[in-house]
Design a protein around this ligand. Structure first.
Ligand code: GTP
Ligand code: MG
Length: 202
């Protein structure tokens, strides 16, 4: 699936402007700059499919990518989302992104899994609580992915995973496993691909 074609095919800025439902969708959510777009590139083995940036607030739309066939015949869609928790954009923008993300995450029947990315150097933050709560109350299936593993000392990897699993205890809708990835080194990427393949097989 990930060795084949992957094409950007749609950018949505409003709920009314979402593409018609088709193949199952998997979305990547998380704080600004956590590495959502980078992870999408690592997953699909592309360097510049999704645009990344050092500056938070890079992704400003819901970007849809078709996998496993050309758009229209894809077997899976990957959805890159704008980040949350970024204060330096206008309130108007934050409001419109929030409306878009929340509307999408609550009401999309073809959305089969949300990967919530958490910076592996910092763990779960207060700003993540709102996202987890939204997914809990929407009964949306989600899994935590820790990012930037290459920036974390080896000795801190297991404790970070344990702490994250512990923080997920009050969130029964969260998948009870955490994947620790690096888009730089590729660590954890095979595990994430396996998780995606498993979802499609269900
Ligand atoms: P927004 O679209 O602004 O919400 O950000 P994003 O979550 O899509 O983050 P993006 O992928 O643009 O990456 C943000 C910054 O983190 C960039 O400078 C990336 O190079 C860096 N980055 C992403 N993943 C990794 C990683 O695994 N390791 C390291 N060291 N840096 C990473
Ligand atoms: Mg992005």
């Amino acid at each position: 699936l990930f060795a084949g074609e992957c094409d950007f095919f749609f950018a949505a800025t409003t709920i009314e402007g979402l593409p018609p439902m088709g193949a199952p969708e998997i979305a990547f959510a998380g704080r600004s700059n956590v590495g959502k777009s980078s992870l999408l590139n690592a997953l699909t083995n592309r360097k510049t499919l999704a645009r990344t940036s050092h500056t938070p607030g890079r992704t400003q739309q819901l970007n849809f990518f078709a996998l496993g066939g050309p758009p229209g015949q894809e077997t899976l869609r990957l959805v890159d989302m704008p980040g949350y928790g970024y204060a330096a954009v206008s309130k108007q923008k934050i409001d419109s992104w929030t409306k878009l993300m929340h509307g999408y995450l609550r009401g999309r029947a073809s959305l089969i899994r949300v990967f919530v990315l958490i910076d592996g150097r910092h763990g779960l933050k207060d700003t993540d609580a709102g996202m987890l709560k939204l997914l809990d109350t929407s009964a949306m299936s989600y899994q935590i992915v820790l990012t930037k593993r290459d920036e974390v000392k080896k000795a801190d990897i297991e404790p970070r995973i344990e702490a994250t699993l512990k923080a997920l205890k009050p969130h029964p809708a969260a998948y009870p496993d955490v994947i620790f990835t690096s888009s730089e080194t590729g660590e954890g990427i095979p595990e994430l691909r396996a998780a995606v393949a498993q979802l499609l097989a269900e």
